[in-house]
Write a protein that binds this ligand. Structure first.
Ligand SMILES: Nc1ncnc2c1ncn2[C@@H]1O[C@H](COP(=O)(O)OP(=O)(O)OP(=O)(O)O)[C@@H](O)[C@H]1O
Ligand SMILES: [Mg+2]
Length: 425
């Protein structure tokens, strides 16, 4: 595992690279700082070095600019490793089925994640908009849709509550007696008006992506274009473009959450692998606050056994649920802070002695303080400067990558729409 450079340290006129590597990377890196200070640029630079070192990486980009930059820098010998997910590519939608798992354990995990996603999107403060009742319906409905060798996707869930034939067909494949009883005992006794109330409720939550063509064509495919196990195992370069401008904020968040769930499912399977056979995989999540669910915190504390090095950044602590913030401060091996506001500076000063509150408030852009993990021990805080990004290179490669990816992973739009129409008929 080659080391990479986070930035440089200037001390008494001497420049030293801030080098990050080995098992220390599997203890993760967190970065905070207000807008425009250079956070995304640091991650871009680090990710490019991983790419040049032939490592497996995933970069989740909320703006698309980092991905455009990375695409322009990919060396020829790694072009074939690039897997580009761009949901705004309407002509060749890639399939992303949250509800398809390779074994029972993975399926159960994905159903739990599905519930978490609905909480995160529609009831982040847990005020009861999504409650135990919805959770119960959703769990049973999701497990039912998944039953049988043909499987099913999220967009088929509302159909279960209106189409008796579909319900009966799916029930034939159910092996789990508890899920079966949900239909034979509970639902059979549920009055019609209550059922339609339930359906309204589902429709209001699922409407966001059922009614949007781009979303339906991605989430409604039963097959997955992206095989996350394969991507991690074979050290691919997975670039996820979640630019809100093109698909809207809610849709971008939904796709990001689904991708994070699929990635987590794949990563968690690696705990069963021997440490030697586990090649490290590096995940970069820019503006990660919209993409974390509860399971994520546990991944942070345990992920050494998964061979995953995570890099997370966001602008200020108040964007994060308290548990996530605590999980980060408690578990992350390497932490860097650019200029922040007063509130965050107060929290950071407690972690970054000898620096004090005002040091964080007064930091020039592209400058940071860092506590770096070196050989398993986190260093005292010291100062650093980020590296300027290289210029965007000739974009020919980028265009070629997009085309190759459409052919390799996308499906022609008309075909996708026909298949989804049939599933929903
Ligand atoms: N070390 C550097 N030297 C010169 N320019 C830089 C450096 N780091 C970043 N930049 C430039 O500064 C601008 C802001 O950087 P960047 O987008 O990385 O900030 P950010 O912290 O991610 O902001 P936001 O929170 O708004 O996403 C970009 O145009 C970037 O190219
Ligand atoms: Mg940024």
């Amino acid at each position: 595992m080659a080391n990479i450079t986070i930035g440089k340290n200037l001390y008494r006129g001497r420049e030293t690279p801030i080098s990050f590597g080995g098992a220390d990377r599997l203890r993760h890196m967190y970065m905070i700082g207000k807008t425009g200070v250079g956070k995304s640029t640091v991650f871009q630079n680090m990710c490019l070095q991983d790419i040049l070192n032939s490592s497996g990486v995933c970069f989740i980009d909320p703006h698309g600019e980092s991905i455009d930059w990375l695409l322009s820098q990919i060396p020829a010998n790694r072009l074939e490793d690039v897997v580009l997910f761009d949901p705004s590519d309407a002509e060749f939608p890639m399939g992303l089925n949250l509800l398809s798992g390779k074994d029972e354990q993975e399926k159960d995990f994905l159903v739990s994640e599905c519930i978490q996603i609905f909480y995160k999107m529609f009831d982040p403060q847990r005020t009861g908009i999504i409650g135990p009742q919805f959770e119960h319906w959703l769990r049973n409905a999701a497990l039912t849709v998944m039953a049988g060798s043909e499987g099913g996707s999220l967009v088929e869930i509302p159909k279960l509550f209106v189409d008796k034939q579909f319900e009966l067909h799916k029930r034939k494949h159910l092996k789990d007696p508890i899920v079966l009883e949900f239909w034979t005992k509970q639902m059979a006794k549920t009055a019609e008006f209550h059922r339609s109330e339930m359906l309204n409720y589902f429709s209001s939550k699922f409407g966001h992506f059922l009614n949007n063509e781009l979303m339906r064509n991605i989430l409604g495919q039963r097959t997955n274009s992206l095989d996350f196990d394969y991507i991690i195992e074979h050290e691919k370069i997975l670039l996820i473009n979640l630019s809100k401008g093109k698909i809207g904020e809610t849709n971008a968040q939904m796709l990001g959450l689904v991708i994070m769930s699929k990635l987590q499912a794949a990563i968690m399977k690696r705990a069963r692998q021997s440490e030697l056979s586990r090649t490290p995989f590096y995940l970069y999540v820019d503006e990660f606050q919209n993409l974390v669910t509860d399971t994520f915190a546990s991944l942070l504390s345990e992920s050494r056994k998964y061979g995953l090095g995570m890099h997370l950044t966001n602008q200020y602590f108040a964007q994060l649920p308290d548990e996530v913030r605590d999980a980060i401060l408690g578990n992350v091996g390497t932490m860097a802070a650019f200029a922040t506001g007063v509130e965050d500076a107060e929290i950071l000063a407690k972690e970054f002695a000898p620096f004090v509150k005002d040091d964080f408030i007064n930091l020039e852009r592209y400058n940071f303080y860092i506590k770096l993990m070196v050989n398993g021990k986190t260093s005292e805080a010291f100062s650093g400067m980020s590296l300027a990004p290289a210029k965007i290179k000739d974009k020919n490669f980028a265009r070629e990558i997009v085309m190759v990816n459409e052919l390799a992973y996308g499906q022609p739009k008309l075909l996708v729409e026909e298949r989804i129409k049939q599933a929903l008929r």
